[in-house]
Design a protein around this ligand. Structure first.
Ligand SMILES: [Zn+2]
Length: 438
């Protein structure tokens, strides 16, 4: 007997072959998928289950994986506008330093992670000042998270030293190294904010714990010139020189790359977290993802924080990932919808080293799945579920979300915590946040 049985609907499995099963059936026992196939012709052949979820025209797909976010920055959404990354960061850091404590970080994390979860994101890679609080918010919401200690070389939020960051990063990895829901990472901010020795310290901790290593890289032309001036090497060359580039490195942005850097990324099998909305809004540019994909480099998709892109909407990020290269290069047949589905599911799971556990609807994997309504005006008639998902689906179409077989979003609402309480606490921060830039 299954604990949970989904009967009907279209299963977009997201597996290697991107199989689609119309009128599908999916059985869950405990946290894992134990059955996947077509609804039997004879209703008497339907397996037994403690709970049956009947579906009609809905699409079921793997939970989306957002590979670059700063969830708690949702506290500052809309505060800093119309600036390039370098000027923008000065204001962001000023506001963050004035407002953020472990407590306000927890609140902001609930806010940003809940927005992700409601949109069908079941795993988030998140870089932020207080990783234990970010992880706690994620655990409370019932999601998976990949996060961990940050590194930055100036007195940022909490005025911590390099030794303190080092301790925190190790402590976080040690605490969560066997967790199924918190995937430890080490997250130095960037090559322009963390000196080479400190980047190497961060990489050593990541290697010691077999953790993900993630940093911002090659986001702007200014950054590339700055690093060339300081070290005589461009950003990706610099990371390669420091022996930091490998298959555990998730590099956020990679907008400005030359051919040699692309070769390096290919050779070291590093992963790109592509954040098209943030790159557009900060005027950073358009990442050359069709070129990267052609070279079989693993490109995944992120939202970045709501203080840069103002919106934690992976559906919009997916649409931009698919359409920007087409318009930019005037080639309508590059970066297909299938590729983009792979970028937010199985390829992203591979980036986290978790492809055996999450990222597709397959027997033996965790039951991380989302149910998308196709009742809206923009979904009728529906010819192809994949193009519908990438080009037409809105985050409000996501109605149910399950993580490890446990329901986290029901009828478009968060299940596990009272978001009204969180929102009323966040509203109290509005005035202090506004004053933080004075
Ligand atoms: Zn970022």
């Amino acid at each position: 007997m299954y604990d949970l049985l989904f009967v009907g609907g279209t299963l977009v499995t997201g597996n290697k072959n991107q199989n689609i099963i119309s009128n599908g059936i999916l059985g869950v026992s405990g946290s894992k998928i134990k059955l996947i196939g077509e609804v039997p012709k004879d209703i008497d052949d339907l397996p037994q289950a403690k709970k049956i979820v009947e579906l009609n025209s809905e699409i079921v797909m793997p939970g989306i994986i957002n590979t670059h976010c700063h969830a708690a920055d949702s506290l500052f959404r809309g505060l800093v506008e119309n600036m390039s990354l370098e000027d923008w960061l000065q204001d962001v850091w000023k506001a963050e330093k004035a407002i953020l404590t472990p407590e306000t970080t927890l609140l902001g994390s609930y806010l940003g992670l809940a927005e992700n979860l409601l949109a069908g994101v079941t795993t988030v890679v998140d870089m932020f000042w207080y990783p234990f609080e970010t992880a706690q918010a994620s655990i409370d919401l019932g999601m998976r998270i990949c996060t961990g200690g940050i590194f930055i070389d100036f007195p940022g939020v909490g005025d911590r030293t390099h030794d303190q960051y080092t301790y925190e990063a190790s402590d976080f990895c040690s605490k969560f190294q066997n967790s199924e829901i918190v995937f430890p990472a080490v997250m130095p901010h960037a090559t322009y904010t963390v000196k080479p020795e400190h980047l190497k310290d961060a990489k050593k901790i990541a290697d010691d714990y077999n953790a993900v290593f993630s940093t911002h890289a090659a986001e702007t032309r200014f950054e590339q010139n700055d690093i060339k001036e300081r070290y005589g090497r461009s950003v990706i060359r610099h990371l390669a020189h420091l022996k930091i580039l490998d298959e555990k490195a998730i590099l956020a942005h990679c907008v400005h790359l030359d051919d040699y850097e692309i070769d390096l990324l290919k050779e070291r099998r590093s992963i790109i977290a592509h954040n098209p909305l943030s790159n557009l809004k900060l005027g950073s540019g358009i990442a050359p993802i069709s070129n990267l994909l052609e070279r079989k480099i693993n490109v995944t998709v992120g939202t970045d924080g709501a203080i840069s892109g103002n919106d934690l909407d992976m559906w919009l990020s997916m649409r931009l990932a698919a359409t920007l290269p087409k318009g930019d290069l005037m080639k309508p047949d590059i970066v297909t919808a299938e590729e983009v589905i792979g970028m937010v599911s199985l390829n992203a799971a591979e980036a986290l080293g978790k492809a055996n556990e999450i990222g597709s609807l397959e027997v033996g994997k965790q039951a991380d799945l989302i149910i998308i309504s196709t009742e809206s005006i923009h979904a009728v008639p529906l010819f192809d579920p994949i193009t519908h998902l990438v080009y037409s689906t809105a985050k409000s179409d996501v109605k149910q979300v399950f993580v490890g077989g446990r329901q986290c979003v029901k009828d478009g609402a968060i299940v596990n915590i009272n978001m009204d309480d969180i929102l009323s606490e966040v509203r109290k921060l509005r005035d202090p946040i506004l004053k933080s830039l004075e």
